[in-house]
Design a protein around this ligand. Structure first.
Ligand SMILES: [Zn+2]
Length: 434
């Protein structure tokens, strides 16, 4: 099954359950200054989960392109990516647990044919202020899931609110328990460095979360959680991860949403993905350039602030990895990688070639001019000067320091950054007064 087929299968399934397929939100939300990027399917729907009616009704579904910058450092392993798609379905005060859990179980076992013995369930175990999610447990049991496939977790793992655990939720905040399905990769062996016993939330990579049904059923009132009159369902499932489960291969870069990109990088660099020492760099280039294409298609251009800075950081980090792999930096190589990305998404997202190739090539040309100079100066000038005069994102300098085994002091950079800001502010004020 391809990513495109999986996306369509999911949307059709929920359409058959009377859901309206809604267009995904842009990656950069216009009216939300609180965040740089859309990072879940639920985020643009918050006003409706809080009670505002939605023009398309009470049952909604879509596949939402998402970007999570906080995961950037973790990209390089088999499952973390900055860009991903999240399959979502929502009930705005309509159906609840007894519909959602059997539906999603039907979808993964009947539509995707994932073997039941490889699926594990998590349920909220409750804490002092809020009771265990017995309702979900009862439903899972009625679906004949055996006790050894059901795991209970607390507020850290199986509770959702925008602000964290029940005790952290401010007055008026909504939240509730969630219930996930994990897929077990049998051939992955548990690594004892993550704990004595393996379990679905273990970080060793044996289990992968593929679905999460959030039940928004409480509101904080007078310091206590009270049941909401309008109970909502917010479902999210990672498209790439679900595909990895269907392939029974824990490497999301082996799915058709990534593999043609990694093959192109292999061709360009002459370095094999199967060789472990190349793998992380190839994954970083593939993920970062894909994310860059989606950002550019949303109107973002490289710059020194906000979304533009993240785009610059992604392109420059990918460039550095390319230089390490291949020995030189050629904008044409990236045009081939972009070609492979367009090919994957042309039917679903990229109707035309857009300006991806141009924007990325320009940024790489700009960066390669200063990269060699900067590399020579790495140990001679401060990280702030590298940032200010050579356009080295601070995170990149940090990474280069790490590679060279040098000690990196971020607070020193911040001090210089602040004093520079104060200086330019003083200068611009002076100009105005004059
Ligand atoms: Zn484990």
């Amino acid at each position: 099954m391809t990513g495109s087929q999986l996306r369509q299968k999911y949307l059709n399934f929920f359409k058959s359950k009377n859901h309206k397929i809604i267009a995904p939100a842009p990656l950069v939300l216009k009216d939300d200054p609180s965040t740089l990027f859309t990072s879940s399917g639920m985020q643009p729907l918050i006003p409706h989960l809080l009670g505002a009616p939605h023009k398309d009704g009470k049952r909604l579904t879509n596949s939402q392109p998402c970007l999570r910058v906080q995961d950037i450092e973790e990209v390089g392993d088999n499952r973390h990516t900055t860009f991903f798609e999240m399959l979502g379905n929502w009930s705005l005060g309509d159906y609840f647990k007894k519909e959602q859990l059997p539906w999603i179980w039907e979808f993964v076992t009947k539509q995707l044919n994932l073997p039941k013995e490889k699926l594990y369930i998590s349920v909220f175990e409750g804490d002092g202020s809020v009771k265990k999610d017995e309702e979900s447990l009862k439903i899972w049991k009625s679906l004949r899931i055996t006790d050894d496939h059901i795991f209970f977790y607390g507020v850290k793992k199986n509770w959702w609110s925008r602000t964290g655990t029940p005790s952290e939720m401010p007055e008026g905040e909504i939240g509730g328990p969630d219930s996930e399905i994990f897929f077990e990769f049998e051939e992955v062996l548990h690594d004892p460095k993550f704990g004595e016993k393996c379990h679905p939330n273990c970080d060793c990579g044996k289990f992968m979360e593929i679905t999460n049904s959030v039940f928004i059923q409480y509101k904080k009132e007078n310091g206590k959680l009270v049941e909401l009159p309008q109970k909502n369902v917010d479902f999210g499932g990672g498209l790439e991860r679900m595909l990895a489960a269907i392939n029974n291969n824990p490497d999301v870069f082996k799915t058709d949403l990534f593999w043609p990109i990694t093959e192109e990088i292999e061709k360009i660099t002459g370095k094999k993905y199967s060789d472990e020492k190349n793998r992380s760099a190839i994954r970083i280039i593939a993920d970062h350039i894909k994310a860059s294409c989606f950002l550019i298609s949303n109107g973002v251009i490289p710059s020194n602030k906000a979304q533009g800075y993240i785009l610059r950081r992604l392109i420059r980090r990918a460039s550095l990895k390319m230089k390490n792999l291949k020995g030189n930096l050629d904008p044409k190589d990236f045009q081939k990688i972009v070609g492979a990305i367009i090919n994957i998404y042309k039917d679903d997202y990229f109707q035309d070639e857009g300006s991806f190739k141009e924007v990325i090539a320009q940024e790489i040309t700009k960066f390669s001019n200063t990269l060699d100079k900067g590399m020579k100066l790495l140990e001679k000038v401060s990280p702030f000067d590298l940032f200010q005069s050579y356009g080295f994102p601070i995170e990149l300098t940090e990474e280069l320091y790490k590679e060279k085994g040098l000690k990196f002091d971020k607070s020193e950079f911040q001090k210089e950054f602040v004093s520079h800001q104060n200086l330019s502010r003083a200068q611009s004020t002076f100009k105005v007064v004059k």
